[in-house]
Design a protein around this ligand. Sequence first.
Ligand code: ZN
Length: 90
Amino acid sequence: MEKFCCDSFRFRYEGVSELGLNFRIIKLSQDFIDRGYLGENRYRYLITEGYKVFDQDMKMLVMEFCPYCGTKLASLYNSDQYINEQNHPF
Ligand SMILES: [Zn+2]
C-alpha cells in the first residue's frame, strides 16, 4: 500500500502526465549510475509541465521537498512501487 505525505502531493502524482503541472517519480537507470552518478538516492522527484513523451527537452524541475507540506521526499518515496516513469532517458 502506497503512503503519501499529503493529499495535495498525491493528487499531482496520480494525475495523467498530459495535463497541467504534475509530479513524477523516476528511478535513475543502472546505465546512468554506471557512468558516474554519486549519491545515495536513486529516485528523482520532478515537476513537469505535462507531456505525451517523456524526454530531456521537456520542461522539468527537480524537487527535494514536498511543496505543500515540506516532507523530504526521499524519506518517504524511496521504493520501486512509487515509480511512475519507466521510459525516461536517464
Ligand atoms: Zn506533501
